[in-house]
Ligand binder design. Structure first.
Ligand SMILES: [Zn+2]
Ligand SMILES: [Zn+2]
Length: 256
């Protein structure tokens, strides 16, 4: 039999044990919590590593794109460089032609050409800057000529401004109605292709194509491709037609 004291002691021991267990439970809870926090931290870390990886992937793609873009730009510049060389050579010829016309034209036309230069040369310093050129072309409605590119093909390398002779070329282009390509809108300084059928019908809407645009065939026109001639061939055809007409006419006269 247990004495009263023994029972009290036992109860006390059990109480102690319960408290110890409680403490232990709390410690375990805390440990669990700590582990949860740690797990969350690890998850978070994993996420940020994933994000970082994605970022690096994106950056790699961006660099690849940039490389492609630079390659494209290089190719574009190379083609512009060669195109500009051809264009500049043709422009030189054109400037020469304009000068020949100017030297042999009437004094009225000479005055008109001088007035044209003075109108463009807004600040009257005897040379035409890009700004003056663009402003005048816009104002006068010569939209196709109103571009930096066109200015660059006229200007002497390293000069930056147009002199009287170069402006004379612009005057000549406007007066003679020299064509721009219907497809790429570029001024055609050299040879071009045009529809002989449209010329024959004296249509106002005559199509002109630069050799590149005619070659790649990307244009559409109401007359067939076979109707297209280059400017030299067209001139020869016109001459032949005139001769044939004259021959027919004299034959009729003889037969009458
Ligand atoms: Zn073209
Ligand atoms: Zn036509």
């Amino acid at each position: 039999m247990m004495t009263g004291q023994q029972i009290k002691d036992e109860k006390h021991r059990i109480e102690e044990e319960k408290r110890r267990i409680e403490v232990e439970k709390r410690r375990i809870e805390e440990e669990k919590h700590r582990i949860e926090v740690e797990k969350l931290k690890i998850e978070h870390k994993k996420c940020s590593i994933e994000r970082e990886k994605r970022k690096i992937e994106d950056e790699k793609r961006r660099i690849e794109d940039e490389k492609c873009r630079i390659e494209d730009e290089k190719r574009r510049l190379a083609s512009v460089e060669t195109l500009d060389d051809g264009m500049r050579a043709a422009m030189k010829e054109l400037i020469k032609t304009a000068k020949i016309y100017y030297n042999s034209c009437s004094s009225a036309v000479k005055d008109a050409a001088k007035k044209f230069f003075e109108d463009i040369d807004h600040d009257k310093d005897g040379k035409v800057s890009l700004h003056e050129f663009l402003e005048f072309m816009e104002q006068e409605g010569h939209k196709k000529m109103s571009s930096r590119n066109f200015f660059e093909t006229l200007v002497r390398k390293g000069s930056g401004t147009l002199n009287f002779t170069e402006v004379l070329a612009i005057f000549y282009i406007i007066q003679s109605g020299r064509p721009f390509c219907r497809r790429c809108n570029v001024f055609i300084a050299g040879m071009y292709f045009t529809c002989s059928e449209c010329h024959e019908s004296d249509s106002y809407d005559v199509i002109f194509l630069c050799p590149d645009c005619f070659e790649n065939g990307s244009h559409t026109h109401r007359h067939g491709r076979r109707q297209f001639l280059d400017n030299y061939a067209l001139l020869a055809l016109k001459r032949k037609q005139r001769i044939d007409r004259a021959a027919r006419h004299s034959k009729q006269v003889i037969e009458q």
